[in-house]
Design a protein around this ligand. Structure first.
Ligand SMILES: Cc1cc2nc3c(=O)[nH]c(=O)nc-3n(C[C@H](O)[C@H](O)[C@H](O)COP(=O)(O)OP(=O)(O)OC[C@H]3O[C@@H](n4cnc5c(N)ncnc54)[C@H](O)[C@@H]3O)c2cc1C
Length: 453
């Protein structure tokens, strides 16, 4: 490992999509790179795991075709293994399946007339001032009207984030509600189908062997000799102007030149030596992440649903979403069997986090039976459980101002760059991270041609 500061390569902390993309683009720009990842494998929160003959992702992932250059780069990395998928998602509502994104014709067929009348009236009469809404509840009510918001948005959002919608920023919706505005809704109502692909849930790319293939292909292209797994960053020593050394697994510190950190923003503050001013430390402590637990069930039947994802907005259901990997790529399970994954959001130390695996699995099975998806005779041939920590930065009202303060403090270190979902404390997606990594490495190349490998 290089310990000479002056000719140290670009040091990337974290081997999730943001770190891998940074390493990949940096190498493509000709920069020398070394990447440190705490886990024994790369991919972060976007990995694919194996359970016997089944493959599943660490959360329901899609690759969104939103950035031409990034999509082209991924096509070059994955070749024919990157396929376009058109798989509809649905919401489970009172024993019915409602299309998601919401579609007027579908709602007409599935909702009672009284509700439809209410929704139609609200769609035409509500004031639309949602751009400056103070919190998610206000945004949802103003954008969709009370009926649609209460039926499908507020309950789901509160369950996902584990917080009252009045405490959540309107930005928690991310791009998920794109294309669900009144115009799209009316266009579809009067003009037949519109292009639902605009919405993140409709049409997407997905690799043949699971979403983690994106991370794996990026790591291959970056070069495994530049990647150090099992390398947990335990300290970031600085002199107030630059990060000087990183400590890995509490061993001898390593000298660094330019550092790109994709670690959670709040963790970076904790790792700094000397520590940051006390007010910033307490600010960092007040910022939270939502964690996830996954229940994975392998089933002795060819399919359970036709959907990419099934959503459960009902507050009494502990899970938010079910996905069936085979509906994204048939190679995720054998022909005659399938696998499903249920997502249970939790706060660390909270009820869901502490719940035993057995009880979680029982709840999953009960839900599938109640929803009419599983019958008593259906056999679960394999099952497992997986925890996804730091799944979502909790964007409560005020979180943006807090993360801006922390980021501004860290920006004063002239050789430190932050990139990533938890690193920037923002609800972003993989295609954005690749695009940002590409931009960042171009900037770094332009500013430090001396570090070219
Ligand atoms: C359930 C779910 C569904 C999602 N669906 C989609 C989707 O459909 N499409 C999409 O584009 N995005 C989706 N995302 C978002 C996507 O997974 C994230 O944006 C992406 O994983 C963020 O990448 P990252 O590199 O910023 O962070 P992470 O993936 O969290 O990677 C951070 C890495 O840093 C490592 N690390 C942490 N601490 C240390 C340390 N001290 N030392 C060294 N390494 C450390 C971690 O082990 C990890 O590998 C989803 C996320 C979740 C949770």
């Amino acid at each position: 490992m290089n310990t000479n500061v002056t000719d140290a390569p670009l040091t990337v902390l974290g081997g999730g999509p943001a770190g891998l993309a940074t390493g990949f683009y940096a190498r493509r720009e000709g920069l020398a790179v070394r990447l440190f990842e705490a886990a024994d494998a790369v991919g972060g929160n976007a990995r694919t795991l194996q359970l016997g003959p089944f493959r599943y992702d660490t959360g329901a992932h899609r690759f969104h075709d939103k950035n031409e250059t990034v999509t082209a780069d991924l096509k070059a990395l994955l070749g024919d293994d990157l396929r376009r998928v058109d798989a509809p998602s649905q919401i489970c509502w009172q024993g019915r399946r409602i299309d998601f994104p919401l579609a007027p014709y579908d709602l007409l067929r599935k909702l009672p007339l009284s509700l439809l009348g209410q929704i139609a009236w609200e769609q035409l009469s509500i004031p639309r001032v949602s751009d400056d809404a103070e919190h998610f509840r206000e945004m949802a009510l103003e954008s969709y009207g009370p009926t649609l918001a209460e039926l499908f948005l507020l309950n789901y959002t509160e369950k996902l984030w584990g917080a009252d919608a009045t405490t959540l920023s309107p930005r928690v919706a991310g791009d998920r509600l794109e294309g669900l505005d009144l115009i799209t809704f009316l266009l579809e109502a009067f003009g037949g189908t519109t292009d639902k692909a605009r919405h993140l849930d409709g049409s997407f790319y997905y690799p043949k062997h699971g979403y983690g293939q994106i991370a794996d292909a990026t790591a291959d292209a970056l070069g495994h000799k530049h990647i150090h797994t099992g390398a947990r960053i335990t300290k970031l020593a600085h002199d107030g102007e630059r990060i000087r050394r990183v400590t890995i697994n509490d061993a001898e510190p390593v000298g660094v030149n330019t550092v790109v950190s994709t670690l959670p923003l709040t963790l970076v503050l904790r790792l700094l030596d000397p520590p940051p001013p006390a007010p910033l430390q307490s600010l960092a402590k007040s910022m939270r992440f939502r964690h996830l637990r996954l229940v994975v069930l392998g089933l002795d039947r060819p399919r359970l649903t036709p959907n990419a994802s099934l959503y459960f907005p009902d507050r009494s259901v502990p899970f938010t979403r079910l996905y069936e990997p085979k509906n994204r790529s048939p190679d995720m399970a054998p022909d005659e069997q399938t696998v499903v994954v249920l997502e249970r959001p939790c706060h660390p130390g909270g009820e869901g986090w502490e719940q035993s695996e057995t009880s979680l699995r029982r709840q999953a099975r009960t839900l599938l039976t109640e929803q009419g998806l599983l019958e008593d005779g259906d056999t679960v041939v394999a099952s497992t459980h997986h925890a996804v920590p730091f799944a979502y930065p909790i964007l409560d009202v005020g979180a943006e101002a807090k993360s801006t303060r922390l980021t501004e403090y860290l920006r004063d270190f002239e050789n430190l760059y932050l990139l990533g979902r938890s690193a920037q404390f923002t609800y972003t997606h993989v295609h954005n991270l690749y695009a940002e990594a590409r931009r960042l490495t171009k900037r770094l190349t332009a500013s430090s041609p001396a570090s070219v490998a």
